[in-house]
Design a protein around this ligand. Structure first.
Ligand code: AP5
Ligand code: MG
Length: 216
């Protein structure tokens, strides 16, 4: 069966952290729209230049650019059996586009895992997050520190702090999430494919909750 799983939740809820666990368990790619944008910015591509302004302010990149980017990613062969979608869709327009895209090759969104946490904890997590340059692995200076400060345990690349993790930008991202992305909770709930995950627990306990939903 084709398995397309969407991780939904506010910035800092743990979507990226848990997507990596799920992708490895299910042996499907982890597709993070934020990571693809950041790679484009790092490589100074035309897409990166167009997206950078919105991302640095914590705003959403336009639907046209985002959907075209994801459409191109889905053309790659590794997505044929399924994928973990992290950060896409971000609003109902993108959700409709995703449905159309997956339908075109016989797929559909099977499950939406909605991870949530109180705003105080989201801010604390993003303020202490360190991300790896090479593949976007994430760490937290208190909750999930790397073995060696500033170095990724997995690929040895340098860790950096994201430009959009500054306090004022984080607050803007949370507000945009509430206004533009949160309507997807109802959208997917009405389709009967939404599972709610308590993201306040430790990383390991949240992973255990996700795995138990997958076994249902
Ligand atoms: P994106 O990269 O998707 O950012 P986001 O949604 O704001 O989410 P984050 O990556 O900040 O948080 P996360 O939930 O992945 O948390 P993480 O696992 O890292 O998007 C960035 C920007 O790109 C957007 O603002 C927008 O501009 C643009 N963009 C992207 N997609 C778009 C789209 N579809 N349309 C338009 N624009 C788009 O965890 C956070 C920290 O907490 C880490 O340090 C981690 O170690 C720690 N942590 C995780 N879980 C726990 C836990 N259970 N307990 C303690 N610590 C934990
Ligand atoms: Mg993320």
């Amino acid at each position: 069966m084709l398995t397309y799983i969407v991780l939904l939740g506010p910035p800092g809820a743990g979507k990226g952290t848990q997507s990596k666990v799920l992708a490895s368990e299910l042996d499907v790619p982890h597709i993070s729209s934020g990571d693809i944008f950041r790679d484009n910015i790092k490589n100074d591509t035309p897409l990166g230049r167009l997206a950078h302004k919105a991302i640095s302010k914590g705003e959403l990149v336009s639907d046209d650019l985002t959907i075209a980017m994801l459409r191109e990613r889905f053309m790659q062969r590794d997505c044929a059996n399924g994928a973990i979608l992290d950060g896409f869709p971000r609003n109902p327009v993108q959700a409709e586009a995703l449905e159309e895209l997956l339908n075109s090759f016989g797929g559909q969104v099977n499950l939406v895992l909605f991870i949530t946490s109180p705003v105080k904890s989201l801010i604390e997590r993003l303020a202490g997050r360190w991300t790896c340059q090479a593949q976007g692995h994430t760490y937290h200076e208190c909750f999930n520190p790397p073995k060696e400060k500033g170095i990724c345990d997995i690929d040895g690349s340098a860790l950096y702090q994201r430009e959009d993790d500054k306090a004022e930008t984080v607050l803007n991202r949370i507000e945009i999430y509430q206004n533009q992305t949160a309507p997807l909770i109802k959208y997917y709930d009405e389709r009967g494919i939404l599972a709610r995950i308590d993201g306040v627990e430790s990383i390991e306990k949240v992973s255990a909750q996700l795995m138990s939903v997958l076994k249902c």
